[in-house]
Design a protein around this ligand. Structure first.
Ligand code: NAD
Ligand code: IPM
Ligand code: MN
Length: 360
């Protein structure tokens, strides 16, 4: 199996966690006799510093030429005074749009070994396995008009969706649900927003093609509460762009840390893989970053871009084994628990070791 991966590590903890993820991909290639090649590119704040652009042409070309793009994180406080179109985050939005993936899959799983790492009671999180399908190319992020008029002190962003944009992401959600527990929860604000009314009507229509899948609708405000109260009730959760951004971070609480969550964006010319978390400037450079979200993201690369389901599972099992053995980065270490605190690199090494043992 040959796979060309564009690695865009980005800012803050991006390079720290991405290094551990690519190490795991190297290991999978070596153990399985695959040929994975890696091309590095600059994105975000490091790219602005280097060339003035958050997404240089060379990076975009490398990404479009690859079989998969693995991205760390972008964002640096030193650019906070810039307008949105000039910030590191603009590079991320531009590459998402250029690659064309519209369905961002964000699994949130409660691992038994981490039951004590969540502030939620174990009886609430036990068995939770939610897959968010977040629409990634529409809504407030990309809608026009958008501006901040300093003269009139007025700012505007536009939440816009077309029926076709809803249809294509809804189909992804129903297809995935039909292979899981056969339930889709569609999240909207249809009691207030026309966009959400279009969303709800369209999802309801698409559901008719999937009679084996149950569809329920939830308003986003009460959904934010249900995710904490009764997370086990959810299987596939389908959302527009901003609602999915917010709810998927919230779902990190179920797993125990935002640093545990992976994601894959499918449906475009090249799939884009990124952990859900950001550049975490508060811990960058300290060795505290949890690389497991990035490593589980690498597993999603194997699953969705290399068709190596067995290897994807082997990586996920290796992560589980390391958690069960009691290794913890600071974000998932609970005070009083008998666990071994490790740094980013050590955590990566333990996963590598567990993987090698399982494949041997
Ligand atoms: P963040 O996700 O970077 O961090 C939120 C909190 O979670 C912080 O306390 C951080 O230390 C912790 N955290 C995050 N990832 C962790 C990990 N792997 N291990 C341990 N702890 C972890 O969100 P933020 O602080 O709101 O944003 C910081 C910057 O990141 C901003 O510039 C934002 O725009 C950017 N951002 C980028 C992405 C991306 O590139 N995909 C995603 C989210 C935020
Ligand atoms: C995410 C991030 C991004 C988003 C930002 C950095 C543009 O928060 O991937 O969740 O809002 O999509
Ligand atoms: Mn986010």
């Amino acid at each position: 199996m040959r796979l060309k991966v564009a690695v865009l590590a980005g800012d803050g903890i991006g390079p720290e966690v991405t290094r551990e993820a690519t190490n795991i991909l190297h290991a999978v290639a070596e153990l399985g006799g695959h040929e994975f090649t890696f091309v590095e590119g600059l994105i975000g704040g490091v790219a602005i510093t280097d060339s003035g652009s958050p997404l240089p042409t060379a990076t975009l070309d490398a990404a479009l030429d690859a079989d998969a793009v693995l991205l760390g994180a972008v964002g640096d406080n030193k650019f906070n005074s810039l307008t949105p179109d000039k910030r590191p985050e603009a590079g991320l939005l531009q590459i998402r749009q250029a690659l064309g993936g519209f369905a961002n899959l964000r699994p949130s799983v409660a691992y038994t070994a981490l039951a004590g790492s969540s502030p939620l009671r174990p009886e609430v999180t036990e068995g939770v396995d939610i897959l968010f399908v977040r629409e990634l190319l529409g809504g407030l992020y990309f809608g026009a008009p958008r501006r901040w008029n300093k003269e009139t002190n007025e700012a505007i962003n536009t939440m816009r969706y077309t029926r076709d944009e809803v249809v294509r992401v809804a189909r992804v959600a129903f297809e995935l649900a039909s292979k899981r527990r056969k339930k889709v929860t569609s999240v909207d604000k249809a009691n207030v927003l026309e966009v959400s009314q279009l969303w709800r009507a369209t999802v309801t229509e698409i559901a008719k093609d999937y009679p084996e899948v149950t569809l329920e609708h939830q308003l986003v405000d009460s959904m934010a509460m249900h995710i904490m109260n009764i997370p086990r009730n959810f299987d596939v959760v389908l959302t527009e762009n901003l609602f999915g951004d917010i709810l998927s971070d919230e779902a990190g609480v179920i797993t125990g840390s935002l640093g545990m969550l992976p994601s894959a964006t499918i449906g475009g010319a090249v799939n884009l893989y990124e952990p859900v978390h950001g550049s975490a400037p508060d811990i960058a450079g300290t060795g505290k970053a949890n690389p497991l979200g990035a490593i589980l993201t690498a597993a999603m690369v194997l699953r969705h871009s290399a068709n190596l389901e067995q290897d994807a599972r082997a990586v996920e099992q290796a992560v589980l084994k390391v958690l069960e053995a009691g290794y913890r980065t600071a974000d998932i270490a609970r005070k009083g628990e008998n666990v071994q605190l490790v740094n980013t690199q050590e955590m990566g090494k333990h996963v590598h070791q567990a993987l090698a043992e399982s494949i041997d």
